[in-house]
Design a protein around this ligand. Structure first.
Ligand code: PBG
Length: 323
């Protein structure tokens, strides 16, 4: 590998999905790096991933591990691209051999948002009428919302943000639950009708942050990428990812988190819920930021001791049966 110092002309190829959100995120990373390293050329290469191609199957049924990342990872292994920009929440907690999570950038608001059809613009999540149809394909969102609001109906929704919003506006749904971060990055922050508080919905691991993945051997590139890392976001997300890594059973599971840093103390809260929202375990742990990953493991052990395992096994079996 040529060194950045001895070959200032190095061109660095950035891999990205083609979706509008992915491109906005990738161009943002490109711009930040260009400011720090004006002498280096950064090129964006787009690739379609499996998740961009399969649009008609509920994500929960196919499992979403690596669905949005695999093609980009192969591109890095095959030296076609040098690094990839991901929504961190789409990046599996275990990376392929030879690849590394080089940097995590500053997180947007990680919370979930309620987005409503015009006819419900004077309602909030707790005042929507019985039977209102809420679009979401995330088991995590479904489980937590069913728990709090059993009188609402839930319906799967797929496609990119614009497609989903068009379905909402056309009346196929009364409301959607979407990440605040995605809407804000696409300049559609005005569609956020209510930011769901953590008492109602704990967000996904890594939600709102970008993860930059590259070859573990490319140490020059890794030190460059550190220039755009946000240490607090990194500590929070490393704790969240360690928690998920220790709990997940190989499929999309209703696991939610929240993290806060006060001084040097990181507090990680987590929930494991059954899909029907009937059973859940929820707790939190606190410790030093340097021990972020240990905190994740500690919370995973704590929730397991409170009964998380049977909930996870039941979900894993249901998903494998495809029901
Ligand atoms: N599940 C898909 C996905 N992956 C990343 C985001 C955007 C928010 C983020 O960066 O976490 C979204 C949309 C959503 O969940 O509404």
């Amino acid at each position: 590998m040529t060194s950045v110092v001895s070959s200032p002309q190095r061109t660095i190829r950035i891999g990205s999905r083609k979706s509008q959100l992915a491109l906005v995120q990738t161009y943002w990373v490109q711009e930040q790096l260009q400011k720090s390293f004006p002498e280096i050329k950064f090129e964006v290469h787009t690739m379609a991933t499996q998740g961009d191609k399969i649009l008609d199957v509920a994500l929960a049924k196919i499992g979403d591990k690596g669905l949005f990342t695999k093609e980009l990872e192969l591109g890095m292994i095959n030296q076609e691209i040098d690094f990839a920009v991901h929504s961190l929440k789409d990046l599996p907690t275990r990376l392929p051999e030879g690849l590394a999570l080089a940097a995590i950038t500053e997180r947007e608001n990680p919370a979930d948002a309620l987005v409503v059809h015009e006819k419900y613009k004077d309602k909030q999540i707790d005042t929507l009428p019985e039977g209102a149809i809420i679009g979401s394909s995330s088991l995590r969102r479904l489980a937590q919302l069913r728990h709090h609001f059993p009188h609402l109906e839930f319906k799967d929704v797929r496609g990119n943000l614009n497609t989903r919003l068009a379905k909402l506006d056309a009346g196929e749904y009364d409301a959607l639950i979407l990440a605040v971060a995605g809407l804000e990055r696409l300049g559609m922050g005005d569609r956020v009708h209510q930011v769901l508080p953590k008492e109602i919905s704990l967000h996904a691991v890594g939600q709102g942050a970008l993860g930059i993945e590259c070859r573990a051997s490319d140490t020059d590139l890794i030190s460059m990428l550190k220039a755009i890392e946000h240490p607090k976001t990194r500590d929070r997300c490393l704790a969240e990812r360690a928690f998920l890594r220790d709990l997940e059973g190989g499929c999309q599971v209703p696991i939610g988190v929240n993290t806060e840093i006060t001084g040097n103390t990181l507090t990680l809260s987590g929930i494991v819920a059954s899909v029907d929202g009937q059973r859940f375990v929820k707790d939190s742990v606190s410790g030093a930021c340097e021990d972020a990953e240990k905190l994740g493991t500690q919370l995973a052990d704590l929730l397991r001791s409170q009964g998380a395992q049977p909930i996870l096994e039941e979900i894993f079996q249901t998903v494998q049966r495809g029901s």
